[in-house]
Design a protein. Structure first.
Length: 157
């Protein structure tokens, strides 16, 4: 991959609104992200040897980063997440009924949606038996790796 092709990938990422993108071309692998990694946010940069570490502005900002408050109802839900970057489809074909919609009962291993990536249709299955609480994306929406697609309340929760 040359610099011009990499620049095109950056433009595709910017135009699509994707937060992360990974591309492989033979032995070459390019991974881009709009966000800092968890390690970069959690640990302040090391101070140079000549400078004593102190409570500078960077340290204050990092100290203020907190985990969002946990919602007890959300803690009971299981989220079906996208294993790849692609396009979300709620049904096997246009005009067909959705695999899973709000209020449906689903079984472990049941197909709940499809993610299309590079013209390949990938069936995404439920990991639990339960009730679909919410479909969190719309049909034909671009999704990223780890994007929450469907919220399921497991049986007994």
């Amino acid at each position: 991959m040359n610099a011009q092709e990499i620049q095109k990938m950056i433009q595709v990422m910017a135009d699509s609104g994707l937060a992360e993108m990974e591309v492989s071309d033979g032995p070459f692998r390019l991974k881009m992200s709009r966000y800092a990694t968890a390690a970069a946010v959690a640990a302040p940069p090391a101070a140079p040897a000549a400078e004593a570490p102190g409570p500078g502005p960077v340290h204050k900002k990092i100290a203020q980063v907190q985990e969002p408050a946990s919602d007890p109802e959300e803690d009971k839900l299981v989220f079906v997440e996208s294993p790849i970057v692609g396009t979300f489809y709620e049904a096997s074909a246009p005009g067909e009924p959705a695999f899973a919609k709000k209020g449906d009962r689903v079984r472990k291993g049941q197909v709940v949606c499809i993610i299309e990536a590079m013209k390949l249709m990938n069936e995404i299955k439920s990991d639990v038996d339960g009730l679909v609480e919410e479909v969190l994306v719309v049909n034909e929406q671009m999704v990223e790796f780890g994007h929450r697609l469907i919220a399921i309340r497991p049986e007994g929760a």
